[in-house]
Design a protein around this ligand. Structure first.
Ligand code: SAM
Length: 267
């Protein structure tokens, strides 16, 4: 815990705040609230990302996947990847990866209850894909299908750190029959149109984050998110606004379109 910086807002902790959690510090609540004032949709983006996670893990388990690599885990929330997967298939194995020290501390506590050898937590940076694969190999068997989860994480990789290359190197390590799920915040005002970040509420929110010293987040286009699946077989309905990806039939009414896009593909 000595590494936890309580003077600068951290994305994992503000995300927890937007989800209604308590695992954050006054600085995260203060800046998180300012962001919600200019960009109230951020709370939906966070909630819908978690709902997407649940639908995706259930889908992958239904396809026979029993191993998951969840990079950019975030702080524990209502349904974490191992809970969803092991509810459906108790023999599922999960490796979580994040670079936030508070996420590390919570994950250690959370995973104490998990059966030995089925869950692990790796503190690593997504920009080091080879290190992640090497360390995840202690728990996951990379000769059998793996579900790679990249939810709300690629936006943390700046253009100069080659986000497409990072995803490509992770995907290269997966055997055929594996699945890849990606979603990220975008910046489209009317879904069909990319809008420069300076012109939007999201742009203002990203500026507030930068001014407060948070690691910059890059909201990109739906086309960019689609490009991350290159060489893979996208499953229906392709890359769509996150709530539209195989919505639960039990949901009431039409799912709302939000400024966050994602999809799932098979290798
Ligand atoms: C927007 S949150 C998403 C959390 C979760 N995947 C979800 O969808 O609810 C992004 C997470 O990525 C982590 N993160 C940010 N940059 C990272 C990096 N370079 N390497 C590893 N994790 C990173 C943050 O600490 C945070 O927990």
């Amino acid at each position: 815990m000595a590494d936890v910086d309580v003077t600068t807002p951290h994305q994992a902790r503000m995300w927890n705040h937007w989800l209604g959690g308590k695992d954050c510090y006054p600085i995260d609540r203060e800046v998180g609230d300012k962001i919600m004032e200019v960009y109230p949709e951020i709370a939906d983006v966070a909630r819908q990302s978690r709902a997407f996670l649940v639908r995706v893990v259930r889908y992958m388990v239904g396809q026979g996947v029993r191993q998951f690599l969840d990079i950019g885990t975030g702080l524990p929330a209502a349904d974490n990847t191992h809970e969803v997967a092991q509810r459906e298939a108790p023999d599922s194995r999960i490796v979580y990866v994040d670079n936030d020290p508070l996420v590390v501390a919570h994950a250690r506590a959370l995973l104490k209850g998990a059966a030995a050898g089925t869950c692990a937590y790796v503190e690593a940076d997504v920009r080091e894909p080879d290190e992640i694969i090497e360390r995840a190999s202690a728990v996951l068997d990379f000769s059998r299908p793996v579900g790679l989860m990249l939810l709300g994480i690629v936006g943390n990789v700046a253009d100069e750190d080659d986000p497409q290359g990072v995803v490509r190197r992770l995907v290269e390590a997966l055997p055929a029959g594996s699945y890849v799920a990606i979603n990220d915040g975008t910046n489209v005002l009317d879904v069909d149109e990319w809008t420069p970040a300076e012109a939007t509420a999201r742009g203002e929110a990203l500026r507030l984050c930068a001014d407060a010293g948070t690691v910059p987040y890059h909201a990109r286009t739906p086309e960019f998110i689609s490009s991350l699946f290159e060489g893979l077989e996208l499953v229906e309905p392709g890359v769509v606004s996150t709530p539209l990806w195989r919505p639960d039939p039990s949901s009431v009414g039409e799912p709302a379109i939000i400024d966050s896009f994602g999809g799932v593909a098979r290798k």
